[in-house]
Design a protein around this ligand. Structure first.
Ligand SMILES: [Zn+2]
Length: 511
């Protein structure tokens, strides 16, 4: 849970900068001068992070596509600064007509966006503003400034329609939904850029605080919910035989069919209340996501990810039974978690579970992936492994993937190659990598392709995103690996993962 690789890299460049004069953004230079960052890559003496606790309740009632939510947020300002306003991320306003986007979009993608029904600050209702000029990033003035070291209680009610067209989130089919970015979230306020005012353009990725979440998902009977975090009440929402199979999977090496097509046909998998409330909890995670369906089957197993502690992680898959490749998904997920834990980066998978949900994205979320089904099962394994490799960056380390997606995508692209080499042999894996990850860049002479890797994500477009954030940095990682040798390279990666002292500092004890 550290946000430091970028600073580790940049920090080390200060040592050689006299000779090479490498570029460092001015705001990051300032963070070093302020002492919140330190040239050795460790947090500076003045380092801080803001964080929050979210208690979120949402209701979904398919095939109706309106999602209703209410949340209580305790937001803690650990910074030394007085905040006169908060900034919220309403990423789903990307679906509003007129929202700035990287590319064009069709009718079925459009919705009316996120509607804030009420906004309460420290018990007092405040107008939200609804400025039509704001879309995914919305500043809201506080009637009373939030001082450094202080916290604020927020309560927000909202609703939105899920888009018919599904990408990273949306309607998968009329009774299967994938929800991501589904709640108003306080943007990151950090020590080198203040509020994260980046406008989401449909191609940018995560930059979130580490928060604690309790999530309640209310759905009609016969709907199953898969989400980030621990399912707190399997006994209350599932029939006992299903709950037992699920519990068994948490300590089993075997792949258990928690819900089969026959179970679904009998409509006897969930508690038979009109509505069931599924409860999830996750601490120190940057985000929550969830999938729900009344006809997806559910496979689960588990695997040891920490040999000395004998700690297991659960690997689950939720999919339409007709998706042939997804029948192997739990097996693929286990292969990926084992490889990531013991080979590269060789750091125990840091969470209790992962769930691969069948959708249309190829997109990572904390403890989840929303992946498409492919006719080629080897390709499905490759995509699943790539998304699960993202667990470390951005989620566990909390890097700013919105600005510096190259660190994370470069990392996942490198590990996908090394994973494929182990499973398919060097030649096949290398050919695939060359074709899929670097050929487009090498053969494209446009100046977009020559942009420095450090170019912030919002300033890239088109092929620049794919090549600047995947193939190019991956070659960089491979070069460093070759120059340092595997042992030293691994030591560096582990250094980046080391939990830092500030995690237990008194400032963090506010929540
Ligand atoms: Zn990726």
């Amino acid at each position: 849970m550290i946000r430091f690789l970028l600073f580790l890299l940049l920090g080390s460049t200060t040592i050689v900068s006299q000779a090479q004069n490498l570029y460092m953004p001015r705001n990051i230079q300032q963070a070093f001068r302020n002492g919140s960052r330190s040239p050795d890559g460790k947090p500076g003496k003045m380092y801080w992070q803001n964080r929050a606790r979210y208690i979120i309740s949402i209701t979904a009632n398919p095939p109706g596509r309106t999602i209703h939510g209410v949340e209580q947020i305790t937001y803690v300002n650990n910074s030394p600064d007085t905040l006169n306003n908060l900034v919220f991320k309403l990423i789903l306003n990307i679906h509003k007509p007129g929202a700035p986007r990287l590319g064009g979009t069709g009718e079925e993608y459009l919705t009316t966006g996120v509607h804030i029904d009420s906004f309460v600050v420290n018990g007092r209702t405040q107008p939200w503003g609804n400025n039509p000029g704001y879309f995914t990033t919305v500043p809201v003035r506080l009637q009373q400034p939030l001082k450094g070291g202080d916290s604020v209680q927020l309560e927000i009610k909202w609703h939105y329609d899920l888009s018919l067209q599904s990408g990273r989130e949306g309607m998968i089919d009329s009774t299967t939904f994938y929800l991501a970015y589904f709640y108003p979230r306080v943007a990151v306020y950090d020590d080198y850029q203040g509020w994260d005012l980046t406008t989401f353009n449909d191609a940018l990725e995560f930059y979130n605080d580490f928060n604690d979440y309790t999530l309640y998902v209310q759905v009609p009977k016969n709907y199953i919910v898969w989400a980030t975090g621990t399912l707190l009440n399997p006994g209350a929402v599932l029939q006992s035989n299903v709950a037992n199979k699920f519990k068994q999977s948490l300590s089993s090496d075997d792949i258990i069919h928690v819900i089969t097509p026959q179970d679904l046909q009998s409509k006897n998998v969930t508690a038979q209340n009109d509505m069931n409330t599924w409860q999830f909890k996750a601490a120190n995670v940057p985000d929550m996501a969830l999938g729900l369906s009344d006809h997806f089957v559910w496979d689960a197993s588990s695997i040891i990810v920490d040999a000395s502690a004998r700690r297991r992680a659960s690997v689950q898959a939720a999919y339409n039974d007709t998706a042939a490749d997804f029948h192997y998904m739990v097996h693929f997920g286990k292969q990926a978690l084992e490889w990531l834990s013991f080979k590269w980066p060789g750091v125990s998978y840091p969470y209790e579970k992962t769930t691969v949900f069948q959708g249309y994205a190829g997109m990572e979320y904390p403890m989840m992936a929303n992946d498409e089904s492919y006719a080629d099962t080897i390709f499905s394994r490759f995509v699943a492994m790539h998304e699960l490799a993202h667990t470390y960056m951005p989620f566990y380390m909390g890097i700013n993937e919105t600005l510096y997606g190259f660190m994370d995508e470069g990392w996942a692209t490198t590990f996908e190659l090394l994973f494929n080499r182990d499973l398919m042999g060097n030649e096949k894996a290398d050919n695939f990598y060359k074709q899929f990850r670097v050929a487009g860049w090498i053969s494209d002479p446009s100046p977009d392709e020559d942009l420095p890797i450090i170019t912030p994500g919002p300033n890239l477009n088109g092929g620049g995103v794919g090549n600047n954030q995947y193939g190019k940095p991956s070659l960089g990682y491979l070069a460093v690996k070759e120059i340092l040798g595997d042992a030293l390279f691994k030591k560096c990666l582990h250094e980046v993962h080391e939990p830092m002292a500030w995690q237990t500092s008194p400032a963090m004890g506010l929540l």
